[in-house]
Design a protein around this ligand. Structure first.
Ligand SMILES: [Cu+2]
Length: 161
């Protein structure tokens, strides 16, 4: 009976989330729903979003990420400077015990440079996150249709050097 209860619980959780929600466990880290926006084939850069929760007793630090679909991945954040939203690179990002860091449009994101191929809606691609303690953590990023623009995030405002 215990098994049945657990199964029901899991089904309940799955139904409460988006159909394509997915998550990953790596030691004390829980990584929820990595996703990217689908982009036009000519887009040179893209972004990946996810959330990282630290269920352990010690802090861990995201040092970077890599993926076969991009030549380079950087951790970015959006900052307000002189009334303008701009992105800037973050060297590393510490996730304190009990904390959740959410990467989302207009906030932290994993910037994908030199895309090797278009990010098409419905596909997914592998991404490896590198943590100071947890080491390399592989996740799959779902590419979602670009039909719900969020405030503060437009592809063409991205300024990179
Ligand atoms: Cu960026």
């Amino acid at each position: 009976m215990r098994f049945n209860k657990l199964s029901l619980l899991l089904i309940g959780c799955a139904m409460a989330q988006l159909v394509d929600a997915h998550e990953f466990e790596a030691g004390q880290l829980h990584i929820d729903h990595p996703w990217s926006r689908a982009l036009p084939p000519v887009a040179p850069t893209g972004a990946a979003y996810l959330s990282i929760s630290n269920h352990g007793g010690t802090a861990d630090t995201l040092l970077g990420a890599k993926t076969e679909v991009a030549g380079k991945v950087e951790i970015h954040e959006h900052v307000h400077a002189d009334g303008v939203m701009k992105m800037q690179r973050v060297e590393s990002l510490t996730i304190e015990p009990g904390a959740t860091v959410t990467f989302s449009p207009g906030s932290y994101h994993l910037m994908l440079f030199n895309l090797a191929r278009p990010l098409a809606a419905g596909e997914s691609y592998p991404l490896t996150l590198n943590f100071a303690n947890a080491g390399d953590v592989d996740v799959q990023v779902n590419v979602q249709a670009n039909d719900e623009p969020s405030a503060g995030e437009k592809q063409d405002h991205h300024q990179h050097h």
